[in-house]
Design a protein around this ligand. Structure first.
Ligand SMILES: Nc1nc2c(ncn2[C@@H]2O[C@H](COP(=O)(O)OP(=O)(O)O)[C@@H](O)[C@H]2O)c(=O)[nH]1
Ligand SMILES: [Mg+2]
Length: 474
């Protein structure tokens, strides 16, 4: 049977490190070759006498690539010798012209010379297997490549440099210290000067889990770095589309004075504090009524769907007209949906440039939730828009301090939760006088979870799953 777990084959691989070539082409395409045969494979392609006696490692050289008697390109070449390369193997980078024909012909030649196309993430996987980086750092590279906003970029770079790895390593050392003292020859307590009193063990474990908790709490923010959804909802004509336009500082959504203008959800990208957000302008919400025609009814259905998918809901009101029954019904419905999905709600009182008929506290009263935060704005004049922006940043916790570590991956969160769960169980067990050696056996499970974070003890299938999310050529 054909089994192809990537980790097993350590042959010579190649991959395009730049985006796939298009018909238009690009200035440069970088083909990376890694593996024991990379230097000889590249040598077979390079026509000119590039290195004489010695390979010029880490120097950018000009080369003519030629295969089966045909010149393919004039390009740049860099050699890296193991282990001083990205993968830890011999690596050659060919900086060819980024044209479709050039890249295809070089790739075909590489295959004929015995290299094979790399799987997604295979370069980084090799780097991990060769201990050039730990698994957390490897994952941070995928996060860095995928970063769409400055905050995600910063966090990925920090984790690449080892902030999270160091933290996990320290936690693990502390855990092992307790473990080793719990395991000291328990049959002869008088002969265990290095042993630990149960109370002290419980205290130390408590401190470790106290250190893990802030990391777990950071997940709520960390996962937002990839982007969040911000839905603008409200009754017809309150100024939802005007608000979208004001936030974007352009005329994206159609604004008219007649209700029911917006039907399709209009979406736009916007950054808040370096975090990308998808801003969604929706059709005005109305309670079902026979007079609503099909298109508008469908629009309203879609609005509710956005409420369910949003991380934050901007609920817009027009304070220049009397507050209506429909208002409270819609707010109440939105609250129910938001509670279910865990979305936050910001009340936006719009049209502050006109005479105000009621105060924001009125809505809070209406739905009996005085805790809902609000801002007062005019989408027309722009008044209050800056406050709205900072309120969003605040509510989404986007003001991230530079030395805080954020969890950004589900895998990391799951393993840290597992670690803390085991530590809590063991603490409880110890307090109930479970023998230390029995507790220690269980506690090793927490050590294994921390190890798995760094990439220890993972099988090929686990690694397949993690690295398959990478792009080709990385
Ligand atoms: N005076 C004033 N008019 C506004 C403001 N925001 C929106 N409008 C007007 O209200 C009407 C409805 O606006 P629109 O953005 O289409 O509302 P939507 O139906 O909620 O999307 C339009 O005539 C807008 O010009 C505001 O802050 N002040
Ligand atoms: Mg609209």
């Amino acid at each position: 049977m054909h089994s192809c777990s990537m980790g097993i084959d350590s042959g010579t691989i190649f991959g395009l490190a730049t985006p796939p070539p298009s018909v238009q082409g690009s200035g440069i395409g970088i083909i990376r070759i890694s593996g024991p045969g990379s230097i000889s494979v590249a040598g077979n392609l390079i026509k000119n006498d590039l290195y004489g006696d010695e390979i010029p490692f880490r120097e950018f050289k000009l080369a003519t690539l030629s295969f089966e008697g045909k010149d393919l390109d004039r390009c740049g070449v860099i050699f890296f010798n193991a282990p001083n390369s990205y993968t830890g193997e011999d690596v050659v980078e060919l900086h060819v012209h980024g044209g479709l024909a050039v890249i295809r012909s070089v790739e075909n030649a590489l295959i004929k010379l015995g290299a094979r196309p790399a799987e997604p993430g295979e370069f980084t996987r090799r780097a991990f297997l060769n201990a050039r980086l730990d698994l957390l750092q490897a994952e941070s590279i995928a996060a860095l490549i995928g970063a769409a906003g400055g905050a995600a970029q910063r966090e990925a770079l920090r984790q690449r440099s080892g902030t999270l790895s160091d933290k996990v390593t320290i936690l693990r050392a502390q855990l092992r210290d307790v473990l080793s003292r719990m395991e000291v020859d328990f049959d002869y307590p008088e002969e265990r000067p290095d042993g630990i009193e149960t109370d002290e063990a419980v205290g130390s474990l408590k401190r470790i889990s106290n250190d893990i908790n802030p990391l777990l709490e950071s997940w709520d923010r960390g996962r937002m770095l990839k982007g969040f959804r911000l839905a603008i909802i409200g009754l017809p004509n309150v100024g939802k589309s005007s608000l979208l336009n004001a936030l974007l500082m352009e005329d994206r959504a159609i604004v008219t004075s007649s209700p029911g203008t917006t039907r399709d959800v209009v979406s736009a990208s916007l950054a808040f504090g370096g975090v990308p957000a998808e801003l969604l302008d929706t059709a005005g919400l109305r309670l079902s009524d026979d007079s609503i025609e099909t298109a508008e009814a469908e629009g309203i259905k879609r609005s509710w769907r956005e409420v369910e998918r949003a991380h934050l809901i901007l609920m817009v009101f027009d304070t220049s007209i009397p507050i209506s029954e429909e208002n409270s019904a819609v707010v109440a419905e939105a609250r129910v949906k938001a509670d279910k999905s865990g979305a936050a709600i910001l009340l936006v009182c719009n049209k502050s440039d006109l005479d105000t008929l009621w105060e924001p506290s009125k809505i809070a009263e209406l739905v009996d939730s005085p805790e809902l935060p609000h801002v007062i704005i005019s989408a027309k004049t722009g008044e209050g828009i800056d406050q709205l922006r900072s309120r969003v940043r605040e509510m989404m916790n986007l003001d991230i301090s530079p030395d805080e570590i954020l969890l950004t991956e589900v895998r990391h969160r799951a393993l840290l939760e597992e670690t803390n769960g085991i530590i809590d169980d063991v603490r409880k067990g110890l307090s109930e006088e479970i023998p230390q050696d029995v507790a220690a056996t269980e506690l090793w499970g927490a050590d294994r979870s921390l190890g798995r974070l760094l990439g220890e003890g993972l099988g090929a299938a686990d690694l397949d799953e993690i690295f398959s999310r990478f792009c080709i050529g990385k």
